[in-house]
Each structure stands twice: as structure tokens, then as C-alpha cells.
Ligand binder design. Structure first.
Ligand code: SAM
Length: 300
């Protein structure tokens, strides 16, 4: 066998040997992580939670056996699900995060000085407590920002309850549509998010990896097309969200938000003086260019 085949055979064998953790998102393919140390494992009553220290990716958070975030590549996802809607909006004052218990979204949002109020609604307090202790680099103190308030409840219930609350940007940083996350992929939830958006508001959502989870994006985009004047998806390349680019859903009743020019984005980005490792105004605009196999998932 060639060197490559040798190493893949060795890798495959290793996943059956102590010292590796195999992600269980799919029934027929998996990625494995060589574990340096299991920092913590517990059942929070809502989800099985684990944080492992790994050889190459730093600390990795698993929920119900699925990679949620890793220290090494979390910047990609957290920068793209915050800076794209916030720089597109340009004057967001009130931001709602549904999910996001690891605090990575908060860390990026608090860098926007124009934002006056950030509400994070997380169903599982265990994730917040746990991430503060075992993954402090993700929130990087953002939970202590005076603009941040945290509510521990189902995000679907929250947006259905507070009829008077409005937000300029709503970010759905959910798990996949299984277990408690399923409630965050319904048309009723998206309808309630739309009603919580102020004029020109933007809803963005985590919609999985279309190459392996095409239905997740197709279903959300079909619902967005029935609710929003402007709906689309944009892409972020997160190495540990296995299977190619990750899709992020976009819905707004103001088409000009998505059409904001690169020049305007550059001016806003320069004025904000935010250091990033993935987001740039050019990447922002390019992220909405969808390859054919993803474009075909969008409603006609
Ligand atoms: N970056 C990850 C991804 O793309 O899969 C998501 C990270 S974050 C850890 C996902 C969070 O969503 C978890 O903390 C989970 O507890 C939370 N969550 C799941 N269902 C929820 C619901 N119905 N309401 C609020 N939070 C929810």
C-alpha cells in the first residue's frame, strides 16, 4: 500500500483504540480526534457535555457527541456569524443571541462599541458554567460585559413570549436540529424572530454543512423565503465542521443590508478597529457567492 493508504489504515485502526474520540454526528462517516486529556464529561440533564484537550485543535467542546467548537478554529464561525450581520447593519444597538452558551459569539459582539444591549438566551446553564471554566478563551470575559444579559430558557419560547422586545440583529448559534436544537429550525420560531426584528433588522442562523446536511439549509431557506423580503445564505470554512463549507442563513426585510458595498464595509470595519483572523470586508462580500451545488438548495 502507498504511504497515504498506510497512514489512513493506521488512522482508521486508531479510532478503535483507546486515546481517540470519534464524532457521532453521522452514521456512516466520522472524524476522530487524538485526545491528550478528558477535561470533563457530564450530563447536564439536557445534553451530554464533554471538553477534551486534543493534540492539534486545543480544547474541543462536544454536545451529545457532536463537535460544537474548538479553540483552534472557533474564530472562523464566531467572526462570520457576528461581523457579517453587524457590519451589514451598520448601526445595531440591540443584539439577541439564541444558543451560544460557549460565549464565542459574545466575545465578538462586545467588540462593536455601537451595540448597547446583548441578550443571550441559552437553554442549558451547564454549557455556560462549563465553558467559562473549561473554555475561557471563547468568551474571554464577555459574560462580564455590562451590556450582556443571559437568560436560561428555550430560545423558541423566549422569542414567542416577549412580544414587545425588538432587536436589530438576531443570531441563532444553535446545535443541529436534533434534541433541544430542533425547536430553533421551525417556521414558527423564524416567524417569531421576524416579529422581534426592528426596521432593517437581520436574522442569521447556523445551518450546517450543505454537502452532508443539504436538508438543513434547504428547509431553513424555504421557510425564510416565505417570511423575509430578502433571504440568502453565506459560507464560512470551519475545518472541524467536517464536509466542506458551512452555510449560515440570512433573512431580512431590507434587501439593502445584504447589498451593502465593500467600500462601505471597509469604512465601517476601519472605524470599528476590530482585530479579526478570518473576517474582512472582501471575505464578507465573497461569502455570499454560492457554489452551484449549494445554490441549487435555495428556493426557486
Ligand atoms: N457552534 C456550534 C455549532 O455550529 O454546532 C453551536 C455552538 S453552541 C455550543 C450551541 C448551543 O445551542 C448549545 O449551548 C446548546 O445548549 C444551545 N441550544 C440548543 N437548543 C437550544 C434552544 N432550543 N434554545 C436555546 N439554546 C439552545
Amino acid at each position: 500500500m502507498s504511504e497515504g493508504e498506510n497512514s489512513s489504515a493506521a488512522t482508521f485502526a486508531a479510532t478503535a483504540i483507546e486515546g481517540w474520540r470519534v464524532e457521532t454526528l453521522y452514521s456512516d462517516i466520522a472524524q476522530a480526534f487524538k485526545v491528550k486529556k478528558v477535561l470533563h464529561e457530564s450530563a447536564t440533564g439536557k445534553q451530554d457535555l464533554a471538553v477534551l484537550d486534543t493534540e492539534r485543535l486545543g480544547r474541543v467542546l462536544f454536545l451529545d457527541g457532536v463537535v460544537q467548537t474548538t479553540e483552534a478554529d472557533e474564530f472562523v464561525y464566531h467572526e462570520m456569524l457576528t461581523h457579517v450581520p453587524l457590519f451589514a447593519h451598520g448601526a445595531a444597538k440591540r443584539v439577541l443571541v439564541i444558543g451560544g452558551g460557549d460565549g464565542g459569539m459574545l466575545r465578538e459582539i462586545v467588540k462593536h462599541k455601537e451595540v448597547e444591549k446583548i441578550t443571550l438566551v441559552e437553554i442549558d446553564k451547564g454549557v455556560v458554567d462549563f465553558s467559562k471554566k473549561h473554555l475561557p478563551s471563547l468568551s474571554d470575559g464577555a459574560f462580564d460585559d455590562e451590556r450582556v444579559e443571559v437568560a436560561f430558557e428555550d430560545g423558541a419560547r423566549y422569542v414567542s413570549r416577549f412580544k414587545r422586545k425588538t432587536f436589530d440583529v438576531i443570531i441563532v448559534d444553535s446545535t443541529d436540529p436534533e434534541g433541544p436544537g430542533a425547536a430553533l429550525f421551525t417556521k414558527e420560531f423564524y416567524q417569531n424572530c421576524k416579529e422581534r426584528l426592528g426596521k432593517g433588522g437581520i436574522l442569521v442562523t447556523q445551518n450546517g454543512v450543505p454537502f452532508l446536511q443539504p436538508d438543513e439549509l434547504r428547509d431553513t431557506m424555504t421557510k425564510f423565503s416565505e417570511l423575509f423580503e430578502d433571504h440568502s445564505a453565506y459560507l464560512a470554512n470551519v475545518p472541524t465542521y467536517y464536509g466542506g463549507p458551512m452555510a449560515l442563513g440570512w433573512g431580512s426585510d431590507s434587501a439593502r443590508r445584504r447589498q451593502v458595498s465593500e467600500k462601505v464595509l471597509e469604512d465601517r470595519f476601519a472605524a470599528a478597529d476590530i482585530k479579526t483572523r478570518y473576517y474582512t470586508p472582501a471575505v464578507h462580500k465573497a461569502a455570499f457567492a454560492l457554489p452551484r451545488y449549494i445554490e441549487e438548495l435555495m428556493p426557486k
